[in-house]
Design a binder for this molecule. Structure first.
Ligand code: UT7
Length: 352
C-alpha cells in the first residue's frame, strides 16, 4: 500500500487584484483634534497626509468580501475554481471564530478551506507565499489571498506612537497556475526577541499565565478597558534599518532576478521615510516607481501591499506584467518578501 501524493503547477502568478478603500478620508488635522501633534510633524516623519477609516456600515467583513469579489472578477477566474482562502489580518475582531470562513461564506464560497494568517504587517507576504506553495503542491488550484484591517478601532486616538499612522482597508489577489512563473520563493523570517516592539496594551498570554484565577473566575483578574495596539516606533525603525536590507538582497538572490530587472518597488506602507531609505540603499534607479499609497491611505498593516499594488496599477504608475519587488514587515517582528510579476491592471478598481 502506498499513500497517494499530489503535485500541482510549478509556475504560479497573481492573476487578478481587487481592493476596497473606506469612504471616509481622515486628514492629519482631524487626527490632531485628539492627538497632541501637527499636520507638519506627521507628514515630515511618516509621509502621511490622509488615511481612510471605516464609517457607517463598513466593517472588516464587508471590506474583505468587497476586495475579494473584485479580485475574482478582475482575474477572470471562475469563482467555483477557487479552492482556498487565506485571510491576512491583525485586527479581525474575534480570534474565535477566525475570519477566513466568514469571508468565504460572504462571497459564496462556503465550504472551501479558509483560514487566517497573523504575521503583523508582513501578513500579506506570508499569505502570498503560502498560496503560491499551495498551488505548487496541488492542494488547491486557485487560492484567494485577502489582506484586511480595521486598525482605526484597535488604536488609542491620543497615543502619539500610533494614532496618526494606521488606516483601514482591504486588498486581495487570486493566485493560480501560469505559463511563466510570476511568484518567486518567499524570503521570510521573524525576530521574537524584539516582539514587544509592536504589541497590545494588555496581552492575552500574560493573563493566561494566571489561568487559575480565571478558571475560578476571580474578578480581580479581568482585564479592564479595551485592547489597542502599541508601538515603539524608533525601535522598529532601527530593526528595519538592519534587517530589511539583508532581507531584500536575499529576495533578489533567491529569485534569480537582478536589481536592474526590478521595474517596480512595493514595500509595506509603514513610513515613507523607511521606504525611501530602502530604495536608495538597494541601489534602485530614481525613475523606478515605488508605492506611496501611505500618503493618502495610511499604514493598513496586512492590507497595505495589495492596496498599494492596486493603486499603482489602477492609476497607471505600474503596469500588469512588470517585475516587482515586494517586502512586508512589522509586528512579530516579522518580514516576508518576493519578486513577482504584477497582475493585470484592475478593470474594476477601488479608485473608480
Ligand atoms: O507597520 C508596522 C511597522 N512599523 C514601522 O515600521 C514604524 C517604524 N517607525 C516609524 O515609522 C517612526 O518611528 C515614527 C513615524 C513612528 C516616529 O517617528 P520618529 O522620527 O522615530 O519619532 P520619535 O519617536 O523618535 O520622536 C521624535 C520627536 C520626539 O521629540 P524630541 O525628543 O526630539 O523633542 C518626540 O517626543 O518627536 C516627538 N514626537 C511627536 N511629536 C508630534 C513623537 N511622536 C510625536 C507625535 N507628534 N505623534
Amino acid at each position: 500500500m502506498g499513500i497517494a501524493a499530489r503535485s500541482g503547477h510549478q509556475n504560479v502568478a497573481m492573476l487578478g487584484i481587487g481592493a476596497y478603500r473606506p469612504q471616509r478620508l481622515v486628514t492629519n488635522d482631524e487626527v490632531c483634534e485628539k492627538l497632541d501633534s501637527s499636520d507638519e510633524w506627521i507628514f515630515e516623519r511618516s509621509g502621511i497626509r490622509n488615511r481612510r477609516w471605516i464609517s457607517g456600515n463598513e466593517t472588516a467583513r464587508s471590506m474583505a468580501a468587497a476586495a475579494a469579489e473584485r479580485a475574482i472578477r478582475n482575474s477572470g477566474v471562475d469563482k467555483e475554481k477557487i479552492g482556498a482562502l487565506i485571510l491576512a489580518t491583525n485586527s479581525w475582531k474575534t480570534k474565535i471564530p477566525h475570519g477566513g470562513p466568514i469571508v468565504a461564506f460572504d462571497i459564496g464560497l462556503n465550504g472551501i478551506p479558509a483560514y487566517d494568517v497573523a504575521a503583523g504587517c508582513g501578513g500579506f507576504g506570508y499569505g502570498l507565499g503560502i498560496a503560491a506553495d499551495t498551488v505548487r503542491a496541488g492542494s488547491a488550484e486557485y487560492v484567494l489571498v485577502v489582506g484586511v484591517e480595521t486598525m482605526s478601532v484597535v488604536m488609542e486616538p491620543t497615543d502619539r506612537n500610533t494614532a496618526f499612522i494606521f488606516g483601514d482597508g482591504a486588498g486581495a489577489v487570486v493566485v493560480g497556475p501560469s505559463d511563466e512563473n510570476g511568484i518567486s520563493p518567499t524570503v521570510w523570517g521573524s525576530d521574537g526577541e524584539n516582539a514587544e516592539a509592536i504589541g497590545q496594551n494588555w496581552d492575552i498570554p500574560e493573563y493566561m499565565d494566571r489561568a487559575e484565577q480565571f478558571q475560578h473566575k476571580d474578578p480581580e483578574s479581568e482585564p479592564v478597558g479595551r485592547m489597542f495596539v502599541t508601538m515603539q516606533g524608533p525601535r522598529v525603525f532601527r530593526w528595519a534599518a538592519i534587517t530589511l536590507p539583508k532581507a531584500l538582497s536575499t529576495v533578489l538572490e533567491t529569485s534569480g532576478v537582478g536589481i536592474d530587472d526590478i521595474e517596480v518597488f512595493v514595500p509595506h506602507q509603514a513610513n515613507a521615510r523607511i521606504n525611501e531609505l530602502m530604495k536608495k540603499n538597494l541601489g534602485l534607479a530614481d525613475d523606478i516607481p515605488m508605492a506611496n499609497d501611505i500618503e493618502n491611505t495610511g499604514n493598513t498593516s496586512a492590507a497595505s501591499i495589495p492596496l498599494a499594488m492596486e493603486e499603482m496599477l489602477a492609476s497607471g504608475k505600474a503596469k500588469g506584467g512588470q517585475t516587482a519587488l515586494l517586502l512586508g514587515f512589522g509586528a512579530g517582528l516579522s518580514y516576508a518578501g518576493a519578486v513577482v510579476t504584477l497582475p493585470p491592471a484592475p478593470t474594476e478598481s477601488s479608485l473608480d
